[in-house]
Design a protein around this ligand. Structure first.
Ligand code: FES
Length: 322
């Protein structure tokens, strides 16, 4: 992962070339350049921002074929208690309309591993789909455990069974089989297995807890909702901007990004809750207190970069590459 990955991120107004309903709550959108131009390359695990009216920005994983340079595919779940982004998309993004996009970026890259366990919950299945295609191409030993409320809500259930077969694809509709049996799946640490997991926060939290005894970096997860953070113990600290030597104070009730915004220091941002990776900034001195949901444990331990929208400081001063 590189710092400042979004500074040169391309934005584009793309055409909705196809829209399909996968379930009563999930639509599939195919996006193309209006003049048929090629879109930026991406790899399994990547997501894009959809830039919506009223400065709403929403992240969606690309779930099509990375080899198809003309089409990006996303699946959008209509969030019942959402803040309006998915409702706007369901209502307004019909075939023939355009939508502004930014990215792609990838904080959930598919790496190596002899044996791969995919765990997907609900719409969290989307980033895993191109990974499964790549794992198949690479001849890896893999299996998927895909949970959802019921079979009819699992947008890609039939498609995945057809593409990859029931030896590999295990469907766990909650109303038929209960929750994914994590104890059996990952209760015992293995050194030959890499886990890729995306889904609702309770699933991710449960998987993270059970993987505590697994080798470092065996688990790769992607969160689209922020981890719960206790702000009560926040303290103030200083940041120094290396380019100018300017020192700023970050009060206990504001984020680094807030303070940088106040001073018109340009730092790209999107989610502002530590989930998208857009505000990743290089740390030159000091020790950050990482509160993001993007960096892996070893990336956090290296303290090379931090997400300035949520993370704070363990030391009185941080020097940032800004
Ligand atoms: S703006 Fe999304 S992680 Fe900071």
């Amino acid at each position: 992962m590189s710092a400042h990955s979004s500074e040169s991120e391309p934005t584009a107004a793309l055409l909705v070339s196809r829209r399909a309903s996968l379930t009563s709550e999930v639509i599939l959108l195919e996006l193309r350049h209006p003049e048929g131009r090629e879109l930026p390359a991406w790899s399994p695990g990547s997501h894009i921002d959809l830039l919506l009216p009223d400065e709403m920005v929403r992240q969606y994983s690309l779930c099509g074929d990375p080899a198809d340079a003309t089409t990006w595919t996303v699946a959008v779940f209509l969030e019942p208690e959402g803040r309006g982004g998915s409702a706007y998309i369901h209502r307004s993004l019909q075939e023939g309309t355009t939508v502004r996009t930014r990215g792609p970026r990838n904080h959930f890259a598919f790496g190596s591993g002899k044996r791969v366990l995919f765990i997907g919950g609900g719409i969290g299945i989307t980033p895993l789909i191109p990974m499964m295609a790549e794992a198949t191409e690479r001849g890896l030993d893999w299996e998927l455990h895909y949970g959802g409320r019921s079979r009819t809500t699992m947008a890609f259930a039939d498609d995945l069974l057809t593409r990859f077969g029931s030896d590999r694809v295990h469907l766990i509709p909650q109303d038929e089989r209960g929750l994914i049996d994590l104890e059996t799946l990952i209760g015992t640490p293995r050194t030959d297995t890499t886990i890729y997991c995306c889904g609702p926060a309770p699933l991710l939290d449960a998987v993270e807890t059970r993987c505590a005894a697994w080798p470092t970096d065996a688990l790769h997860i992607e969160r689209f909702t922020a981890k719960a953070v206790d702000d009560d113990q926040n303290t103030s600290f200083e940041i120094e901007l290396s380019a100018t030597g300017v020192t700023l104070t970050v009060p206990q009730d504001r984020s680094i990004l807030d303070v940088l915004d106040d001073q018109d220091v340009p730092v790209p941002s999107s989610c502002r809750d530590g989930t998208c990776g857009t505000c990743e900034t290089m740390v030159l001195e000091g020790v950050p207190e990482h509160r993001d949901s993007v960096l892996s444990p070893s990336e956090q331990e290296s303290n090379e970069t931090m997400m300035v929208c949520v993370s704070r400081s363990r030391t009185p001063r941080l020097v940032l590459d800004l």
